[in-house]
Design a binder for this molecule. Structure first.
Ligand code: PLP
Length: 446
C-alpha cells in the first residue's frame, strides 16, 4: 500500500512496497544474488510470462532487490513506477529506444552532459534516430523543431557546466499540446527539482551520482510519471499502441491497463531489458537503497555547502567567473527559483583568470582555490570524473575536451575550470601536526 506522505525523509526510508523480507523477516532489503527464480508450477510460470501476474523470473528482467529500489525511487519522485538499469547512460538510451525507432526523431536541449551528447548526436544516428538540438533559452525552439515523427523532447534539469535550469513547464506544455512527452535527466537535482509536478512525463537518473552518494556503484533509473496518455496519441507512439510481434502481439497500452498507468515502463522492462540486457546488479541496487536512505540529508548539506563555496569563490582574486544558479540573474535566475526548491544543488562552476593556456600554473591555482590555506599539503577535492557523491570533486573542461568530439565542447561552453589533466589529489600528503592545521570547515564542490 502506498504511503500517504510527501515527506522525503519518510519516503527515503519506507517508500515503496517493501516492509520486511517475506522469506526471512529481514528488515533491511536483502541482496537477492540469484539469476533465476523458481516457478510454483507451470500455471504460475505461464501467468508470469503472459504478464497476468508480476513477479521475478530472471534477474536480467527483474529482481526483488532491484524492485525495492525501484519502488522507493518511484515513491520519492512521485512517479507511477521505475526501472533500474546498469548505468545512467543506459537509462537515457532506453528512455528513447522505448518509443523511437529508425525514421523517428527527438528534439533535445543543447545543454547536456557530454556522454549524453555523444549518445544523442552520434550513437542514435546509427539506429536511424535523428536528434534535433535546440537551445532551451527559447522554449518555442522545441515547438519549431517538432514534426509528425517527433517522439520526445529531451533535456537536463540542471545541466553541468552551464547550470542554467531547464524551462520544464514551458517545454512540457508545448509537448503536451502536440502529444510529445518530455524526458528529463534529473541527475543533478534529485528532490530539489520535481519534474513531474511541472509536466515532465519521464525522468531519468544516473544513480551513480547523488542517489548512490558514495561513488561506489554505477547505475541508472527511468521513472515513469504515469501522467502521459500514450494511447491518446496512438499514431505518434506505434511501439506502445500497435501489436508487438516480439511479445506475442501484445499492445502495451492495453496490456498495462490492469496494472496501472505503466505502459511505458512495462515495455522498457520486458522488451528492452529482455532483449538488450544492461540490467542492474542486485548488489548495486542494494547500494542505491542505502544511498536513498540518506539522500534528503545529503542534499540539504550539499545545498548549504555549495552556497558557501560559490560565495567563497566569488570573492577569490584568482577567479574570474562563478557559475551557480544562486548567483544568476534575469531569466536564468527566474527558472532556478521556479524549479529548484530548498537549494540550488551541489554543483558550482568557476573560471580562473589566465584561461586554459595557462596550463599547469592555472591548475596549481585551482588547487589553491579549492583547498584553502590549511589544506595545501593535502587537497581534499579530487580531480576526477565522478561528481555528486559525499566527497568533494572537481573536473576541468579543457582536460576532457581534448578527448571529446568537437561538438561536446559546444554544450560545455561555459566550462567549470579551464585547466589540464594533471592529477593533484592526495599527493605529498602529510598528517597535520597541530590542531590548527586540521580542517575547521568542509566545502564540497560536487
Ligand atoms: C547528467 C548526467 N546524466 C547521465 C550521466 C551518465 O551516467 P553514468 O555514468 O551512470 O552512465 C552522467 C554522468 O556523469 C551525468 O552527469
Amino acid at each position: 500500500m502506498a504511503l500517504e506522505t510527501r515527506n522525503f525523509e519518510t519516503l527515503a526510508l519506507h517508500g515503496g512496497s517493501y516492509r520486511t523480507d517475506p522469506a526471512t523477516g529481514a528488515v533491511a532489503v536483502p541482496i537477492y544474488q540469484t539469476t533465476s527464480f523458481q516457478f510454483e508450477n507451470t500455471d504460475h510460470a505461464s501467468r508470469l510470462f503472459a504478464l497476468e501476474q508480476l513477479g521475478p523470473i530472471y534477474t536480467r528482467i527483474g529482481n526483488p532487490t532491484q524492485q525495492a529500489f525501484e519502488d522507493r525511487l518511484a515513491a520519492l519522485e512521485g512517479g507511477a513506477a521505475a526501472l533500474a538499469v546498469a548505468s545512467g547512460q543506459t537509462a537515457s538510451a532506453f528512455a528513447i529506444f522505448n518509443i523511437a525507432q529508425a525514421g523517428d526523431n527527438i528534439v533535445s536541449s543543447t545543454d547536456l552532459y557530454g556522454g549524453t551528447w555523444t549518445l544523442l548526436s552520434q550513437t542514435l544516428k546509427q539506429f536511424g534516430i535523428e536528434v534535433r538540438f535546440v537551445d532551451p533559452v527559447d522554449p518555442e525552439n522545441f515547438r519549431r523543431a517538432t514534426d509528425a515523427r517527433t517522439r520526445a523532447y529531451f533535456g537536463e534539469t540542471l545541466p553541468n557546466p552551464k547550470l542554467n535550469v531547464f524551462p520544464i513547464k514551458e517545454v512540457a506544455d508545448i509537448g503536451r499540446s502536440l502529444g510529445v512527452p518530455l524526458i528529463l535527466d534529473n541527475t543533478a537535482s534529485p528532490l530539489i527539482a520535481r519534474p513531474f509536478e511541472h509536466g515532465a512525463a519521464v525522468v531519468v537518473y544516473s544513480t551513480t551520482k547523488y542517489i548512490g552518494g558514495h561513488g561506489t556503484a554505477i547505475g541508472g533509473a527511468i521513472v515513469d510519471g504515469g501522467n502521459f496518455d500514450w494511447a491518446a496519441h496512438a499514431d505518434r507512439f506505434p511501439l506502445l499502441n500497435k501489436p508487438d510481434e516480439a511479445y506475442h502481439g501484445a499492445i502495451w497500452t492495453e496490456a498495462a491497463k490492469p496494472l496501472g498507468p505503466i505502459a511505458y515502463i512495462l515495455r522498457a522492462r520486458v522488451k528492452l531489458l529482455r532483449d538488450l540486457g544492461a540490467s542492474i546488479a542486485p548488489q548495486n541496487a542494494f547500494q542505491f537503497i542505502q544511498g536513498l536512505e540518506t539522500l534528503p540529508l545529503r542534499i540539504r548539506q550539499h545545498n548549504e555547502n555549495a552556497v558557501k563555496v560559490a560565495n567563497f569563490l566569488a570573492k577569490h582574486p584568482s577567479v574570474s567567473n562563478v557559475i551557480f544558479p544562486g548567483l544568476q540573474t534575469g531569466e536564468n535566475r527566474r527558472r532556478a527559483d521556479a524549479y529548484l526548491k530548498g537549494g540550488f544543488g551541489g554543483l558550482v562552476g568557476f573560471e580562473l583568470k589566465g584561461g586554459r593556456r595557462s596550463g599547469p600554473a592555472v591548475h596549481r591555482r585551482a588547487e589553491t582555490v579549492l583547498s584553502r590555506r590549511q589544506y595545501r599539503r593535502r587537497p581534499f577535492a579530487s580531480h576526477s570524473s565522478g561528481i555528486d557523491d559525499a566527497s568533494a570533486a572537481y573536473s576541468g573542461r579543457a582536460a576532457r575536451s581534448r578527448r571529446d568530439p568537437p561538438a561536446t565542447s559546444v554544450c560545455r561552453s561555459a566550462s567549470s575550470i579551464p585547466t589540464t589533466s594533471w592529477p593533484i589529489s592526495a599527493r605529498r600528503w602529510r598528517r597535520p601536526t597541530r590542531a590548527s592545521a586540521r580542517p575547521r570547515e568542509t566545502f564540497h564542490l560536487n
